[in-house]
Design a protein around this ligand. Sequence first.
Ligand code: AGP
Length: 604
Amino acid sequence: MCGIVGYLGQKNSKEILLGGLKELEYRGYDSAGIAVLQDGKFESFKAIGKLINLEEKTKNFVTDKFSIGIGHTRWATHGKPTELNAHPHIGSESYVVHNGIIENYAALKTELLKDGITFLSQTDTEVIVHQFEKNLKITKSSFEAFKKTISQLEGAYAILLVTKGKEKTIFFAKNGSPMLVGVNAENEKYFASSDTPLIGHCTDVNYFEDGDYGYVTPDELAIFSKDGKKQEPKFTKLSTNKLSAQKDGFRFFMEKEIYEQVDVIADTLLGRLHDNEVLFDELDPTLFEGINEIKLCACGTSYHSALTATYLFERYSKIKTSIEVASEFRYRSPIMSKDTLFVVISQSGETADTLETLKMAKAAGLKTLVICNVDNSSMVRLADACILTRAGVEKGVASTKAFATQVTVFWMLSLYLAKKNKALSNEEIARQITLLREVPASVKVSDDMHERIKRLSKRYLHGHGFFFIGRDVFYPLALEGALKLKEISYLHAEGYPSGEMKHGPIALADPELFTIALLPQHLLYDKAKSNVEELSARDSTICAISAVEFDKADDFIAINKCKDYMLEFFEMMVAVQVLSLEISVRLGNDVDMPRNLAKSVTVE
Ligand code: AGP
């Protein structure tokens, strides 16, 4: 998740911008930059890696008079983490920083290239500053040019733009990505993606709404809504607790990241869904030439999203698919054939076992693809191709939004391959794409569900164990739910295919054996229901998660009635994530930093 800061005032803008970016480090980034306009002269600095590299570059740069400045920490989505791709991006006399994804950047870039514009970066963001300067040539008014530019953008953005002709003005626009502006008695203006950088500098803040755009000067904050009407700022008092602000007021980063899934999945989808096809502009179509099988390889939660993918690839793409646990695969003597695409899945891109299997596949001459959340990580640099999940930094050790975005990518990839293999009709692909567009809404945490789970979690603190059971894609979801619970509550839990209960595990059934049963309405419901009835008949305590009431359950977590089992998947995913969270909270555990665990297992 990128970070944005802006400043207008008499103070040391370099220090304010760098300090603001430091407060945004928790969002994760791989490069950073600032641009400052003072005395009619722009200075801009960019660096990859940590902020200390940017501080080193700016150490001789002095800002000791009125200035305007913008800054940015970048989490790569389009284009590698390089200095050229770092923000701010420059036109001929303007700079821009941006958080989000400009969906129609390719079309805008094509026209700008025809106009003879030279692009320095691979990013979607750079089109903004060139489009602004193109419009400025026509409108002669910076504000009109900015307004026209914003109207031409599609997608999610939080934008700050400064231009040489307007030395006391910062232009802003917000749509889909967070941004706020802060003011104080000294007529200074502060911008940021979240409120932590403003704490201690501002007294009142205005959180922009989607569609807001406008400008600030020392004496004015001009906000316009999407319909072009000027509106009064809606100031609120700024919170003073930085850690709480970093968690956006949630109790834990994991809780924040469960709620964030609505936004990050929207980012994962952005620019990739078209009417009847899925496109990945980062994939070379030749990657799949000569491929007759896919082998997936991962660890932990990433293994669970990969296991979900095996069902989707064989069902929709009609391609033979197998899966491996990385720590097992690397010590077997696996037979690998060159018509197999080797796909590794990793949130961090650094997991030692998974990385080693990637090296094995490359050494065996296989084509390789990585599904990853961290650009420029070891696996991204090593694989032949990469699809970024765009989940932003995941601080909770127990993975949530990374899993959600991995499954989203796999669902899209299964349709991408279905199109390539002519395995599904255009109509069916279009139908599935319509369903994909509903995923963000399906992972919205409802207050009712959260409150219900908070209440019922008190009954699940002291049993002798849990079964999470499900069929088909709900089996990997059962595994994931069990892992979430183990990781943060330290209670024993196992994920099982529902149909396996009668092959031994049912011997454990008794009132102290808690079964979390995933009962999707649109996939093998009757089969799964009868498996649960077998457990209920032996007095196991059942918590059913379903859109359909289940009379044999002791507890019931309702999800919405959905059009398709995959939407039920995402709704149930949120339920099991919240259930593990609330049980862990009741047990008084450190939800974000569970005992014995590390966020990235870079050792064997
Ligand atoms: C998930 O909640 C765990 N933190 C862990 O299983 C994790 O998924 C696993 O270590 C793999 O990490 P990666 O996705 O970064 O490769």
